[in-house]
Each structure stands twice: as C-alpha cells, then as structure tokens.
Write a protein that binds this ligand. Structure first.
Ligand SMILES: [Zn+2]
Ligand SMILES: [Zn+2]
Ligand SMILES: [Zn+2]
Length: 475
C-alpha cells in the first residue's frame, strides 16, 4: 500500500521505559517465556503487539521474550466469533481456545474448549498475562449494578480470581461515562485483596503516532506479590506524558489520491445545462432534502416500504431533517445546486447505493467544515444514522469499534478499504495468514479488536511494572 511506514511505537515505548525493563531482564535472566490468555480477543491484536514489543526489547536490551497464547475466547457469543477464532488459530497457534467466555465453570475449573472439543482446565497457575475486552452495557440483559450490566466484566474477574495471572489488562469499549465508575468499583471490590490496579482514561492511538481517534479506558492490574502500586502508576505515567508524536494526517498516512479538482469545485454550484440533463435522465432524486423519495434508491425500512410510503415516520429521514434544522442548512434542501453525489456520479465515481448514505454525504458536503472539498480532512462513518454519525475534520479517522464501520473520505470520494482500516488500526495484513478470511469478516474483526499500539502500550507498561518491583519473579 502507498504511504509512509507505520509509526515505530514499540521502539518509543521500550526506550521510554528502558530502565525498569532492564531491571526486568536482571530479574528473569536473558530469556523468558510468558503465557497469555486473551478473552473477547477479536483478532488478538495483543498477541501481535507482543511480538513487536519482544523484537524491540531483544534489540535494545538483549532480553528474549517469547509470548505463548495459551487460550482465551472470541468476542462474546456472537455469530462472527468463529471467524475470529479461525484467524487466531491460523496466526497464533493457541493450545486451547473457546468461542464463548460464558461457558466456564469456576467450581470445577473447567471450560468448553473449541480446539480440543472437550472440557479443558482453567489453569490455576502459570498464566502470566490476562487480557479482556469489556463492552459497555449489553442490551437486552437484566441490569445489575447501578443499572449497568457487566456480565463480561464479571466473567473476566472470576477468571482472574481462578487463574491468578501475574498481570492483567481490561479494555472498556466506549468513552468515560457512568459505566466507567461502575466498572472500576466492581474491579476494586472484587480484586483489591490480591491485585493493585489503575485506570487509564482516554487513551487513544493518536497518542501513539496513528491518525486514528479511538478513545478507550484501560484498567491495568498486577498481583500484589509481583507489582507495587506506585510502580504501576509511575511507569504508565511515564508512557502517558511522553506520547509518540503524530506526524501524519490519515491522508498522508494512507497516501490517498484526491478527486479531480474541477469536478469537486462544482458541488453547491448550479449545474451546467449539460450536467442538469444528465442528472435528469439518471432518474435519481436523492438530494440534500431527506424527504425526497428517490425511485432509484428506495429506502428498505418498514415505513418507506408501505404501498403509501410513510416517509415522515422513517427514522433516518427524521434524524436528517432535525440535523438540517440544527445546523441551519434548510436553505440547501432545494436550492437546485449540484449535490456531492451528483458530482461524483458525473465524474463516473462509485457512490453508495443506500438512500440514507447518499443523503448523509449530500448534507455533510454542504457543511462549512467540508470546504473546500479539494482539501478537506472530513471523514465520516456513513454506517451510522445522522444523529450518531462520527465525523472528524482534524486529519484523524474516528474508529469507534463498531464492527461495520464505513469510513467515507470526502476528499477521496470513496470508502476506506479494509487494508486501509487495518493500517489505521496498527495491523499489517501483509504478514498475517488470511486463510478463510473474507473482507467483510476482516472488517468485523478489526472492529472487534483493540488497537495494536494501545495493546503494545499496555504490555510495555506492565512489563516495566513487574521489572521495577522489588519483589522476586515468581518462577
Ligand atoms: Zn483445550
Ligand atoms: Zn437516488
Ligand atoms: Zn425509510
């Protein structure tokens, strides 16, 4: 793929924590094998990041760390989990693995292993690093603590209590909110006797050299016989105050090509007679006005599919109308000017086929932030309704961990493809075994995984915390 090489975050993190990592080396000798367990792993980016950290540690201080993926589970009881597990098995050869984090019996210490196709042991010792990705509120379930359901979190806590890993990381999907406090309370309440822990708020790949905005909350923990609370704070603190500088916008990072300048400049202008004729004969009525009913691009929703379409009941149309009101763009609804989609189609560019997606793009192209279109950094997730649409104009891409994100670059006039999304997520698909992995599955898996640099950040901080502690390595 075009564009510059990936930011060398591993070098940056390892350099930043050089002294405690050297202590880690003193403690364990020149070589160590660490066992990982990854729950709700997605593509198991933590294992991928571990390799990059290990390479750097070897180079900078001559310590050989081998990371073994022992077991873990797919991202919850969801239909795509199988593909994640295929990917993880093909790339990281875990000894055991499970589709479902919930199929565990902590009394017997057994879980349903997909690889052995039988019940396997939850090892009561020997696991060094535990990861879990915790979703926020899970819909449709009984709400417990403070109105929040953390069934995955509870399961993760029970797994930690059972296996007693030396260190753990939990990532909470979504921003800092009421769930965040509830999550910390629960971890403190259940693990405090055995573990020190700290919450790391608003961590984002933007701090790790990627033009990717994906805010996360991490909770890092260490078993009290291995890690000092102050060390944990100190070393993560050092990583946080020394972010990796961001030297690219998504545009330069991906090496994208712009649309033909002259054609884009016509958006928001009256069309030439020639263009007007072409638009007329295309039969498409999609515009800035969401209430316009296009016969070529019908909305498939229940209301619009009625014999007498009830477009005033169609959710996205209503949201779009409100958006136009809120942004004082009503005037653009029927000003007769060329829309963004029309301009793209006159250029022969491919455009989205959904009425909703076309309308979103037509509206956003009229916002001041989209101008001039020839140089705008505006990028939008058109998979979401207008009331939830993620849009950024600062050169970063808003990847929010939905599994069907469709990031449209206004300036490139197209969706980012899956290899571009992967690159923004810190993943290099050229080195992965993609057997049985189709594009839609890859897209889904990327959305279900942690950012590679974020996992590398967490892992380096944990190793440093274990290293610096006066406590003896437990082996
Ligand atoms: Zn097994
Ligand atoms: Zn249309
Ligand atoms: Zn509709």
């Amino acid at each position: 793929m075009a564009g510059p090489v990936e930011p060398d975050w591993a070098q940056h993190f390892v350099e930043t924590l050089r002294v405690p990592l050297l202590k880690f080396k003193e403690k364990v000798g020149g070589r160590i094998s660490l066992v990982m367990w990854s729950d709700c792993a997605g593509m198991c980016t933590e294992r991928y990041a571990a390799e990059l950290v290990a390479t750097e540690v070897k180079q900078q201080m001559g310590l050989a760390i081998e990371f073994k993926l022992h077991s873990g589970s797919g991202p919850g009881p969801i239909r795509h989990t199988r593909h994640c597990i295929d990917f993880v098995r093909n790339n990281y050869q875990p000894t055991h693995f499970a589709t479902d984090i919930f199929k565990r019996d902590f009394n017997d210490g057994l879980y349903e292993c997909t690889i052995c196709q039988s019940k396997c042991w939850l090892p009561p010792s020997g696991v060094d690093i535990y990861w879990c990705r915790v979703r926020g509120v899970e819909r449709g379930k009984h709400l417990g603590l403070m109105g929040v359901n953390f069934s995955v979190l509870r399961q993760a806590i029970n797994t930690i209590k059972c296996m007693r890993p030396a260190v753990f990381i939990m990532e909470k999907v979504g921003r800092r909110d009421g769930n965040y406090e509830a999550m910390l309370d629960l971890i403190k309440q259940d693990l405090d006797a055995d573990y020190v822990s700290m919450a790391i708020d608003s961590i984002t790949p933007k701090q790790h050299g990627y033009p990717t905005e994906q805010k996360r909350v991490l909770v890092a923990g260490g078993r009290r016989d291995q890690v000092d609370a102050t060390d944990l704070q100190t070393y993560f603190g050092r990583l946080i105050v020394a972010p990796m500088p961001l030297s690219h916008t998504y545009w330069t990072f991906l090496g994208l090509q712009g649309l033909c300048d002259d054609a884009v400049a016509t958006v928001g202008q009256l069309p030439t007679p020639d263009a007007a004729l072409k638009i007329q004969s295309s039969g498409c009525r999609c515009g800035v006005d969401p209430m316009e009913f296009c016969p070529k691009h019908p909305c498939q929703c229940e209301q619009c599919c009625q014999p007498q379409p009830l477009r005033e009941m169609c959710t996205w149309r209503l949201n779009a109308l409100k958006y136009l009101d809120d942004h004082k763009l009503q005037w653009a609804k029927d000003d007769g000017c060329l829309t963004y989609i029309q301009a793209l189609e006159l250029m022969g560019q491919e455009t989205p086929s959904s009425a909703r997606g076309r309308n979103i793009l037509n509206i956003f192209a009229r916002l001041p932030a989209a101008h001039p279109l020839q140089s705008t950094m505006m990028i939008i997730d058109i998979s979401q309704d207008l009331s939830h649409t993620m849009c950024r104009c600062d050169g970063t891409v808003p990847i929010i961990g939905t599994t069907n994100a469709q990031m449209w670059s206004m300036r490139a006039g197209r969706l980012l493809d899956v290899s571009e999304l992967a690159k923004l997520m810190g993943q290099d698909l050229r080195t992965s075994d993609l057997k049985n992995t189709f594009e839609s599955r890859m897209r889904w898996m990327l959305g279900a995984s942690m950012h590679v640099a974020t996992t590398g950040f967490a892992l380096t901080g944990l190793l440093a915390s274990v290293g610096s502690s006066r406590r003896v390595w437990y082996r």
